[in-house]
Design a protein around this ligand. Structure first.
Ligand SMILES: *Cc1c(COP(=O)(O)O)cnc(C)c1O
Length: 370
């Protein structure tokens, strides 16, 4: 008998990681390719995190602290919570998987936007649940429609805020209405991977719902502004009740000791975070202006990336940019996402884009301008 696999697994499309920078450089015979594809911090990790990594090396023969004691305490202090409201994961991706594993039985539903972080759909489908995808309105989550999509079979509802890939956000008022409309058998997951970049004062205080003991999970990560994507570490803030079930389904040593120590040091390096945020703000404005000068209109973004309609065949434009040594993310059709980099990287991107826009024929797919 041959290999058999459940149809839900067979229909999954593996996540496409894109070409590594050094591989592209080898192919092109250059040494200054630019990667603006994964929303990483262009400044890299905090020097304090790097120092912590060197110190941690000597204990690598030991298993990590399975409870991530020190990091959990520091995060609890930071958010004025207690340690049994914090769970640390192998990236916040892992916590999404743990939520599915703990709370979604086969055939049960998870509500999400139709144009958002792919991990929700992957995890839900792979966990034999049913993703219920609600279209964005004006490139933002349609929270009233998402609340209406809730049924007796709904277990999870994902709000990616700011949303990846659009960079748009929902406000405090939007979220309060959602939390009034959604019944308590649904866990509302606020994925706030870009929280530290947000500038809009209307951004919701989602931790507040956890403090009220509502069934809410707030996801944050060390992969973005903290510059530790390669170590894989993120966390969730939630109620002790939800936390207890998540701990039952996680691997005992889900986060490694290097990641725990580096994250702890990174959390304390507030200067590095402030510098990174300031750079992003200035450079985002520069890239926005550069795109507008090319006749393109990025959506207003609260994160560290811009989403825009190239008005060109997307895959072709992406390939041409690669040939120029610039890696961005093609999303669908004529739509792409570009991460804000350092000044020289952004200039490289804008120059290369100006060049390839001339080479790729126009398509009329059209993104209605907000
Ligand atoms: C990058 C990102 C994450 C972070 O994932 P990690 O597993 O913590 O690296 C989570 N959610 C969204 C929406 C993201 O864009």
């Amino acid at each position: 008998m041959g290999l058999t696999v459940h149809p839900n697994i067979a229909k999954l499309v593996p996540y496409s990681p894109g070409k590594p920078l050094d591989e592209l450089e080898r192919e092109l015979g250059i040494c200054d390719a630019v990667k603006l594809a994964s929303n990483e911090n262009p400044l890299g990790p905090s020097p304090k995190a790097l120092a912590a990594l060197r110190d941690a090396g000597g204990t690598l023969h030991r298993y990590p602290d399975g409870g991530a004691h020190h990091l959990t305490r520091a995060l609890a202090d930071r958010w004025k919570m207690v340690p049994n409201q914090i769970i640390v994961g192998n990236g916040s991706d892992e916590i999404i998987s743990l939520l599915v594993k703990a709370f979604l039985s086969p055939g049960e539903e998870a509500v999400m936007a139709d144009h958002t972080f792919v991990m929700y759909k992957l995890a839900v489908t792979g966990g034999h649940g049913i993703p219920i995808e609600v279209p964005l309105t004006n490139w933002r989550h349609d929270l009233p429609a998402m609340a209406k999509a809730v049924t007796d079979r709904t277990r999870l509802l994902f709000v990616c805020n700011p949303n990846n890939p659009t960079g748009t956000m929902v406000t405090r008022t939007d979220v309060e209405a959602l939390m009034t409309a959604v019944p308590d058998h649904v866990i509302v997951v606020f994925d706030e991977a870009y929280y530290e970049y947000v500038r809009d004062p209307q951004f919701p205080d989602s931790i507040h719902f956890v403090k009220q003991n509502r069934p809410v999970v707030v996801l944050r990560t060390f992969s973005k502004i903290y510059g530790l994507a390669g170590l894989r570490i993120g966390y969730g803030i939630t109620t002790p009740e939800i936390l207890n079930f998540l701990h039952r389904v996680r691997n005992p040593f889900n986060t490694n000791s290097l990641a725990q120590q580096a994250a702890l040091a990174a959390l304390q390096d507030e200067d590095h975070v402030a510098t990174s945020r300031a750079l992003n703000e200035v450079e985002m404005a520069t890239v926005e202006k550069g795109l507008q000068a090319l006749g393109l209109n990025p959506l207003p973004s609260q994160a560290n990336f811009l989403y825009f309609d190239t008005k060109r065949d997307g895959p072709q434009l992406f390939e041409k940019l690669l040939q120029e040594g610039v890696i961005i993310r093609h999303i669908r059709g004529s739509l792409v996402r570009v991460t804000i980099g350092k000044p020289d990287e952004n200039a490289r991107f804008l120059d290369a884009l100006a060049k390839v826009l001339e080479q790729v024929p126009c398509v009329d797919q059209g993104m209605p301008h907000p």
